[in-house]
Design a protein around this ligand. Structure first.
Ligand code: ADP
Length: 539
């Protein structure tokens, strides 16, 4: 067989040849515009020219601090297509981490949205290496800024050659992307994506049994483009000629509902918090969401109640998926096998709330004390993953060995696997609660609490206990105008769990602290609860 290289330049060439008339709908500060792929690919060549003129060479890192919009999409392809590395930067990290990430990656050029300039201005004295900052703005003039070496994206593109050649000299194993994990402990860790990894992951997104992404779709990645490449959707979508709706700066649930209705979105992807918000918007407003054939939800466990609400009330099929920054990210997806469709509704829902089956191309196993766990839906172990779109180390990081051992990525997620091979995340290794020597899954309790109709969200953590070592405490945020007591919540849980699983306390809160990507920040929650309960720290 031929050894053609699996690179992003192949994707650009394919889109420009076969899908010039398909479109990208892009929301920026200036409004919503529809742009044909013909124009997008031309601008990719122009941006490649701009970067070459700035002296960006093979292997150089180019950072982006940007929302989901067409300019970011152009950067997704132009940077790797000259052999450089697309470094997507999470705009929600602390200033200190932002400076750390830019310095650690050694970004040479930064592409930054106009409204995100203040983030960079705050840390300008802490960053070295950066030679040029390109402001992505719709306006003709550059706004005032204290930063030096700033140029306008649109002016540079205008002056650049639309026929700039993309590089032919790229090996499929070369670095194409770099993304730092938002990690809840320690400094962010960099994950490198190769051209080959992105290419194969994109193909997987097109499989009928995964996201089934195709030319006839209109895809809206709500998951940020700075977060695991918006789950790889922009890459696959441009390649497949899929219409893309990029929802731009700070999209509210109302904006998302409007975009879905107006542009007939067929598949939208994001974390559960986004979909909780959308549900509330749908309840308040009258939106037509009938075009949606799939909501792809991952990043945290999708509560069963939410899946049920989308499917039974709004007739929107809901697909639960699991992955990590280290895994590009798709690892498993919860779809029923053909013969499982005859099960009764509750059983089907139960299966679809699991994280699901591993996608073709990736291998997984659950391991407990060096032994592989049986597929019986009972035994629990840490999930190990390997495959062509799974990272094999962290970028320039000597802590890599903890996570990457014996050819497997050790995910830190505790799972059981059922007879059909469907994975269920029971917890993260560090979030499991051990009470009197018995394990309690915080994820199961959270799921149950969130199924209560008055509950907006819930997180369960371990608190130290002199008798049992650890006991669960639940933190619950109620929906607007709901009034429930601690006792009500406990009574609600009692029929569903063994007695020792029932949290000692159910604290009603206004808000649960979250990470920069909307996951529960359990470390901060533990501190808050500790203070509230005046407990002493066990360590
Ligand atoms: P991502 O960037 O894709 O959210 P992170 O690297 O930030 O990934 O976090 C990955 C972790 O998120 C996983 O190790 C797992 O603990 C959690 N996670 C991801 N998807 C799910 C899911 N569907 N259900 C439960 N936990 C999930």
């Amino acid at each position: 067989m031929m050894q053609t290289q699996l690179t992003l330049t192949t994707m650009v060439r394919h889109a420009e040849k076969y899908f010039p008339n398909k479109t990208v709908i892009s929301r920026t500060l200036g409004g919503v515009q529809t742009i044909p792929y013909r124009k997008i690919t031309e601008r990719i060549h122009r941006l490649a020219g701009v970067l070459k003129n700035l002296g960006v060479k093979k292997g150089d890192k180019v950072g982006t601090i940007a929302w989901n919009h067409h300019r970011h999409l152009e950067a997704y392809f132009a940077i790797p297509s000259i052999g450089a590395v697309l470094h997507t930067i999470n705009l929600r990290v602390s200033p200190d981490d932002l400076a750390y990430i830019i310095n650690h990656a050694e970004d040479k050029v930064l592409l930054v949205d106009e409204d995100l300039f203040p983030l960079l201005e705050r840390i300008k004295d802490q960053i070295s290496n950066v030679e040029k900052i390109i402001m992505m703005t719709d306006k003709d003039d550059l706004p005032e800024t204290s930063l030096k070496n700033v140029a306008s994206y649109e002016s540079l593109l205008q002056e650049s050659d639309p026929d700039t050649a993309l590089s032919e000299d790229i090996n499929e194993n070369d670095m194409a992307g770099l993304c730092y994990t938002s990690g809840t402990t320690g400094r962010p860790k960099g994950v490198v994506y190769s051209h080959r990894g992105i290419y194969l992951h994109s193909l997987a997104l097109g499989l009928k049994d995964t996201a089934e992404l195709s030319e006839e779709d209109t895809a809206m990645p709500v998951v940020p483009m700075f977060h695991v490449n918006a789950w790889g959707i922009p890459f696959a979508a441009l390649w497949f000629g899929t219409t893309q709706v990029l929802p731009g700066p700070m999209p509210t649930p109302q904006i998302l509902a409007e975009l879905i209705e107006e542009h007939q979105v067929t598949i939208a992807a994001g974390v559960p918090t986004i979909w909780l918000g959308l549900l509330q918007a749908l309840e308040k407003g009258n939106y037509d969401t009938s075009s949606l054939r799939c909501i792809l939800c991952g990043g945290s466990a999708a509560p069963k109640g939410m899946i049920r609400a989308f499917e039974s009330k709004y007739k929107i099929p809901f697909v639960h998926a699991y992955g990590m920054t280290e895994t590009s990210p798709i690892v498993t997806l919860a779809r029923l096998k053909s013969y499982q469709r005859d099960l009764d509704e509750e059983e089907r829902l139960e299966l679809r709330a699991r994280q699901g089956m591993v996608v073709p191309g990736i291998e997984i196993k659950g391991v407990n004390e060096n032994r592989e766990i049986p597929h019986d839906g009972e035994a629990v172990g840490e999930l190990l993953v390997r495959g062509p779109w799974i990272a094999d180390s962290y970028y320039k990081n000597d802590r890599s060995e903890d996570s990457f051992r014996d050819g497997w990525l050790h995910t830190g997620d505790v799972v059981n696997i059922d007879e059909e091979g469907s994975v269920k995340i029971v917890d993260r290794t560090k979030d499991m609660i051990k009470s009197g020597g018995e394990w309690i899954s915080s994820a199961d309790l959270e799921n149950a609490l969130m199924a209560h109709e008055a509950v907006f969200e819930a997180a369960v953590i371990a608190v130290p206990d002199p008798k049992w070592q650890e006991r669960p405490v639940a933190c619950v945020v109620l929906k607007e105008n709901e009034k429930l007591t601690e006792e009500d919540m406990k009574q609600f849980l009692e029929p569903q769990f063994a007695k020792f699983w029932i949290p000692d306390r159910v604290l009603i809160m206004d808000e649960i602290p979250k990470t920069s990507v909307g996951k529960f920040l359990k470390r901060a929650l533990r501190d808050q609860v500790k203070e509230q309960l005046s407990l002493s720290d066990p360590s």
